[in-house]
Design a protein around this ligand. Structure first.
Ligand code: NDP
Ligand code: PMR
Length: 394
């Protein structure tokens, strides 16, 4: 996790096929983009979710006889708005990526892609509702049957319900924020791990979007819940295993609380708990699979995109004041476009893996300090084992 000072794109592809000279690189990029576009136009884009195709080899033969890197394939959850959409746009615009927009609302995603100007041949929408484990399995099945390779998976979708008085639940009865943001993504990434592993692309990655609430920064310490430390899980393994299971109250009604810590429902805390679970998952993935598979596991916190749908459930006054507050007072504000570029094409250090990446005011990336809880190895292991059981993988 130490920096070695080497700059490389997080998507690394440019370091493989292109030289160091900038203008030559730009020209090469342009030529390759044009050729790839031409190549893609000859191949009908996969629209039907059940169409089977063969996985393109990493080197694609062009009509000229030369070989070039094939388009990478990236799955982005929640690409119908905010950061996910901006990332889809940033990647599609490079001409080097085909984006699978994994969204719960097909029409919304289609409209969003259109209004963002993402061209048809650069994306496919596939239905995914993370608040249903059946839907997650169905998405994985559809994706596998599409025959596309999986080079990058971005777990981006999230819900934040700070003003809810009562908990809502996923199809399997998990509290909605933990169920969607963590449990759904946990199953998704576990089921797609083999596909990522099989990718012959130079950079295969699993990115889980982080949150300021998991960092040791000033913003993180302000936003962290006062009772948030240690998620409220007891230190005994039995206590911990009760923790996550507690969030699964809805259907079986075995537990009296929908919160991991067994306390009263608190929507803001539930979101923060889910994000801690996201960070623990990323680190456990890294510990278990990075060496064996070469997959990069990382999290990114691209800044405060204060105007996205994440705050749709906040009171109107909050939505009015939050953007100028972040822009002029905390200076943590970042536009959707900039955040999309950071997540999609941000330049970062080569070996920032198994950690949380952030960007400073000059858009330079750095490894952010995760909070004590979000980097607790024992908790990560326990959380992993419990999650496996809850999604039926153990
Ligand atoms: P948005 O609300 O704009 O985007 C969230 C996306 O998740 C939407 O596309 C939404 O779909 C989708 N989604 C919600 N529930 C489900 C579900 N059950 N199944 C599938 N998709 C679902 O918020 P942001 O773009 O801000 O958030 C994106 C990520 O960025 C989140 O992980 C968030 O925690 C993180 N983040 C955001 C920050 C910010 O300042 N905005 C700061 C730090 C982190 P739909 O369009 O249908 O509602
Ligand atoms: Mg925060 C440097 C200061 C900083 C930064 C970078 C953020 C980011 N926030 C900062 C400071 C403050 N915030 C301060 C001083 C306050 C008290 C007025 C404050 C409040 C606040 C609220 C009520 N902030 C919030 C909320 C939310 O509801 C957001 C949240 O926690 O959602 C879970 C939020 C955020 N502040 C941020 C960022 C990025 C968020 C979005 C949440 C996320 O990162 O997941």
């Amino acid at each position: 996790m130490q920096f070695n000072g080497v700059q490389a794109s997080i998507w690394k592809e440019s370091s493989i096929s292109f030289g160091k000279n900038r203008s030559a690189m730009a020209l090469q990029n342009w030529v390759v983009a044009v050729l790839q576009r031409e190549f893609n136009q000859r191949n009908v884009a996969i629209r039907a979710q059940t169409t089977a195709t063969t996985s393109p080899a990493v080197n694609v033969a062009l009509p000229s006889g030369k070989k070039t890197l094939r388009k990478g394939c990236v799955v982005i959850t929640g690409a119908s708005s905010g950061l996910g959409l901006a990332t889809a746009k940033a990647l599609a615009e490079t001409g080097k990526w085909h984006v699978i927009m994994a969204c719960r609302d097909f029409l919304k995603a289609k409209r969003a892609a259109k209004s963002a100007g993402i061209t048809k041949e650069n994306y496919t929408i596939m239905h995914l509702d993370l608040s249903s484990l059946d839907s997650v399995r169905q998405f994985v099945d559809t994706f596998k049957r599409s025959g596309r390779p999986l080079d990058v998976l971005v777990c981006n979708a999230a819900v934040y319900l700070p003003t809810a008085k009562e908990p809502s639940y996923t199809a399997e009865g998990f509290e909605l924020s933990v169920g969607t943001n963590h449990v759904g993504h946990f199953l998704l990434s576990r089921l797609l791990l083999d596909d990522l592993n099989q990718s012959d692309y130079p950079s295969k990655r699993l990115i889980i979007v982080g949150s300021v609430t998991c960092t040791n920064s000033y913003g993180g310490s302000v936003c962290i819940h006062r009772e948030h430390r240690y998620l409220g899980w007891e230190c005994t393994s039995q206590g911990q295993s009760r923790g996550l299971e507690r969030s699964r109250r809805g259907l079986n009604r075995l537990n009296t609380s929908s919160m991991i810590n067994g306390g009263d429902f608190d929507g803001a805390k539930a979101y923060k708990d889910s994000k801690v679970c996201n960070m623990l998952t990323m680190q456990e993935f890294h510990r278990r699979y990075h060496e064996e598979t070469g997959i990069t596991f990382a999290s990114l916190y691209p800044g405060c995109i204060a105007t996205t749908g994440l705050f749709r459930e906040q009171i109107p006054l909050f939505r009015l004041l939050f953007p100028p507050f972040q822009k002029y007072i905390t200076k943590g504000y970042v536009s959707g476009d900039e955040a999309g570029k950071r997540l999609g094409c941000g330049r970062t250090k080569l070996d920032q893996i198994g950690c949380l990446l952030s960007w400073n005011k000059d858009s330079a990336s750095f490894e952010n300090q995760l909070s004590e809880e979000a980097s607790d190895e024992k908790k990560a292991l326990k959380m992993w084992e419990i999650s496996e059981k809850l999604v039926g993988l153990a």
